[in-house]
Design a binder for this molecule. Structure first.
Ligand SMILES: Cc1cc2nc3c(=O)[nH]c(=O)nc-3n(C[C@H](O)[C@H](O)[C@H](O)COP(=O)(O)OP(=O)(O)OC[C@H]3O[C@@H](n4cnc5c(N)ncnc54)[C@H](O)[C@@H]3O)c2cc1C
Length: 409
């Protein structure tokens, strides 16, 4: 029997602690907050998108290639079925949405029910849970961690499992400081980087707050006429300061990289037809329906609330008919539908991301055990690793799977 200390009582730490205790080890779980699973409780807007449906291979392909390769052994060891079986046994019923996302049945506090299930499992396995215990330092040097400090208190163990999460939503306890301590110990790390966050824009449209653009794609390029850097099919929604919604979240990391590289530009294609095709169809429509207003045509592609201000900015009169548009005005109209300019992003805030990219470099960790290479008694799991999947239940699944193998001491 080993003495195991797990630091961080979120998705990964709860599973790691439960697993290690189930294997007969003496496990203490240290959590900075007054209660466990604070980020889990707010996940999925309080509904908690626990995981994603499908075979492990399909789950893996949602992640960038190096992360997928790293996750293969742990996703096989503790896959989405295993997570759901465990929760079902604890009385948490789940359902799968058409898009493959798995949630607990819609009830008030459904995310809290997921936390409660993991808490029960940990308690039943004999985990000694200490809340209000923020680790303040790591002591030791390669190849052994000698101790962990919580203020004046010093904890020793045969195995330390670090599951302290990322660096977004610091109010949930994840301040990211452990990454800095590991760096000082010589562990290879990548600095935290914003991901899955709303994108503030240089020219926000506060009066459009709440308006959504649907059914098209968000495009990122290196400057207004620059190379295409990324594209994501999905909706966006205007916020007071910029854009949010699925496509904005998914492109936020690339947008921030492009911005730091010197040039980033976002546009939304409400129609995916090439501009030339749209132009031709406008002309034939103008012939067939000579009284059709430019504004009415644009409303087919963009929400009504946006049409008047956009036409005004473009200098196209509200009463102008399609047939009377100059060539230049027609081109402008086509541009609004095929690539509505949103402009340059502002710095994407690390704190508002659903995950933080960066973390302990995957090459430094054994993917079968989450043991830090070169260290005898140190394991890393969850978002503290350099893993950031897309929205859809992937990040929690990665935390559960890596937590499980880390706890398999
Ligand atoms: C708003 C929001 C919604 C999300 N929705 C979803 C979703 O629906 N589906 C999905 O798959 N993913 C979602 N995510 C992402 C997901 O919640 C995380 O990827 C996941 O929680 C990571 O698990 P973790 O255990 O590594 O970290 P966490 O769950 O963040 O747990 C880390 C824990 O470590 C503790 N800790 C940190 N530092 C210390 C320290 N020094 N000492 C002691 N304890 C410490 C923290 O207090 C925290 O409780 C969402 C994230 C956010 C912010």
């Amino acid at each position: 029997m080993a003495k195991v200390i797990v630091v961080g009582g979120g998705a990964a730490g709860l599973v790691a602690a439960w697993r290690a205790a189930s294997l007969g080890h003496a496990v203490s779980l240290l959590e900075a907050n007054g209660r466990l699973g604070v980020k889990l409780r707010i996940s999925g807007g309080g509904k908690c998108n626990i995981t994603h449906d499908g075979p492990p291979k399909a789950l893996m392909t949602a992640f960038p290639m190096d992360q997928a390769r790293f996750l293969r052994p742990s996703l096989h060891a503790f896959d989405n079925r295993a997570v759901l079986d465990l929760l079902h046994r604890e009385g948490v019923e789940t359902y799968t949405r058409d898009n493959g996302r798995v949630f607990p049945l819609d009830r008030p506090g459904s995310a809290a029910a997921v936390v409660a299930a993991f808490e029960t499992l940990a308690h039943r396995a004999g985990v000694d849970v200490r809340t209000g215990a923020r680790a303040t330092a790591l002591e030791g040097r390669v190849p052994r961690l000698a101790a962990l400090r919580v203020g004046e208190e010093r904890f020793t163990a045969d195995v330390f499992i670090l599951a302290t999460g990322g660096a977004s939503y610091p109010e949930t306890g994840t301040r990211g400081e452990v990454l800095g301590w590991l760096k000082q110990l010589g562990v290879p790390v990548k600095a935290w980087f914003p991901a899955l966050a709303p994108i503030p824009m240089t020219r926000p449209r506060p009066t459009w707050e709440g308006v959504a653009l649907r059914g098209g794609e968000l495009r990122l390029s290196a400057g207004i006429a620059g190379r295409r850097l990324g594209v994501f099919a999905g909706d966006i929604v205007f916020t007071k300061t910029g854009v949010s919604g699925p496509a904005a979240l998914e492109l936020s990391q690339a947008a921030e990289r492009a911005r730091r590289d010197g040039a980033a530009w976002l546009a939304y294609a409400a129609t995916l037809e090439p501009p030339e095709t749209v132009d031709t169809s406008i002309q034939s429509e103008a012939r067939g329906n000579p009284r059709l207003l430019a504004a009415t045509w644009l409303q087919r592609h963009l929400p009504e609330r946006l049409v008047d201000p956009l036409l005004e900015e473009a200098g196209i009169g509200r009463a102008l008919m399609l047939k009377d548009l100059s060539k230049a005005a027609r081109k402008t109209l086509v541009g609004l539908a095929t690539a509505l300019p949103l402009g340059e992003p502002q710095p994407v805030p690390l704190a508002r991301g659903e995950v933080a990219a960066g973390g302990v470099e995957l090459a430094a960790v054994d993917p079968r055990t989450m043991a830090l290479r070169g260290w005898e008694n140190l394991r890393i799991c969850g978002e503290l690793l350099d893993i950031d999947g897309p929205v859809g239940g992937y990040n929690l699944q990665a935390a559960f799977s890596t937590g499980y193998v880390a706890g398999s001491v």
